[in-house]
Design a protein around this ligand. Structure first.
Ligand SMILES: C[S@@+](CC[C@H](N)C(=O)[O-])C[C@H]1O[C@@H](n2cnc3c(N)ncnc32)[C@H](O)[C@@H]1O
Length: 288
């Protein structure tokens, strides 16, 4: 296997997706609530919880187990394709999330992640000096993910509170999010093919200081390039989200919120699904 990836021409060495797209094979995976539960509860966080039970609940151990079999990882970094060891790719991503959150941290009352998985990002952030004295909350859809967050948090002597999170649910989460919190999402909104039209109104209802999203945005994939076409096809085949940006823009148009940052394709642990950075602030008088 090549140790380096120079162009999209090299991608089939690392990913079976281009060959699958070109073979005309029917891949289409639908992401309804039941499928999401199967994917995250049964296939991902449930087995991780069982596996870690035998080895202790350290974050590093969770990372190793979660990324087992993912080496090496072709990534999208600063507009280039790079092959990185999986743990290194995760570190690069964590550092990027931290860097993107820091400008929004001023006077924030808490840090909240919605759709936090096993806590790969929020638990790591909670260990960093910049976030150390901030109450941290992690909402997660899968019960096993919430359990993992709680157990790793205790084991690492952190105080990250976990609770439910479901973007389909009218209340989104059972967490008591304090007003003035910095809320973020990382690759979780993208799980829902069609987010509810009320999403941004509901998020505004938590009265956050800022909301930062690191999510793949289909409109940011350039259909005049082979790369963009592959990325769009990846979204379609795996039924990832396609209405995030339209909803955000509708929220802005109605005066509900103001988008303060829009940086396309900042990083991808998977180059076919790089995330963009979108940050917004609620406006007091808006309605959606
Ligand atoms: C790709 S993982 C990302 C986890 C974490 N944010 C990270 O970056 O490591 C997507 C997460 O979204 C969660 N999710 C799935 N369906 C959801 C829903 N309806 N509402 C909120 N989160 C959901 C999954 O359980 C999963 O933990």
């Amino acid at each position: 296997m090549k140790a380096k990836i120079k162009t999209w021409n090299d991608l089939p060495e690392f990913s079976t997706w281009p060959a699958r797209f070109l073979s005309g094979e029917e891949v289409q995976r639908s992401k309804d609530r039941k499928q999401l539960e199967r994917e995250y509860e049964k296939e991902k966080w449930g087995p991780l919880l069982d596996g870690l039970g035998k080895n202790g609940f350290q974050l590093r151990q969770a990372d190793r187990c979660a990324l087992a079999g993912c080496d090496p990882q072709p990534c999208w970094v600063n507009g280039e394709l790079k092959v990185l060891p999986a743990l290194k790719a995760l570190l690069v991503y964590r550092q990027l999330v931290q860097q993107k959150l820091l400008p929004h941290l001023h006077n924030a009352t808490a840090l909240v992640e919605l759709g936090a998985g096993y806590g790969a990002i929020i638990l790591w952030l909670a260990k960093q000096p910049a976030f150390k004295n901030l109450p941290c909350f992690a909402g997660e859809f899968a019960k096993s993910g919430r359990e993992l967050i709680q157990k790793i948090s205790v084991s690492e002597k952190l105080s990250v509170t976990s609770g439910t999170c479901d973007f389909f649910d009218p209340n989104i989460t059972d967490l008591k999010i304090p007003p003035g919190a910095l809320i973020f999402t990382s690759m979780s909104c993208c799980c829902l093919p069609k987010l509810p039209s009320t999403l941004f109104r509901k998020l505004s209802g938590f009265k956050p200081s800022s909301v930062v999203h690191l999510e793949p945005i289909v409109e940011h994939f350039d259909p005049s390039s082979l790369m963009g076409l592959l990325q769009q096809q990846y979204i379609a085949e795996n039924d990832y989200n396609r209405n995030f940006l339209a909803l955000l823009r509708a929220g802005e148009k109605s005066g509900l919120l103001k988008v303060v940052k829009n940086s396309p394709m900042v990083f991808g642990m998977n180059p076919l699904l790089p995330c963009s950075l979108l940050a917004w602030k609620p406006l007091k008088k808006g309605s959606c």
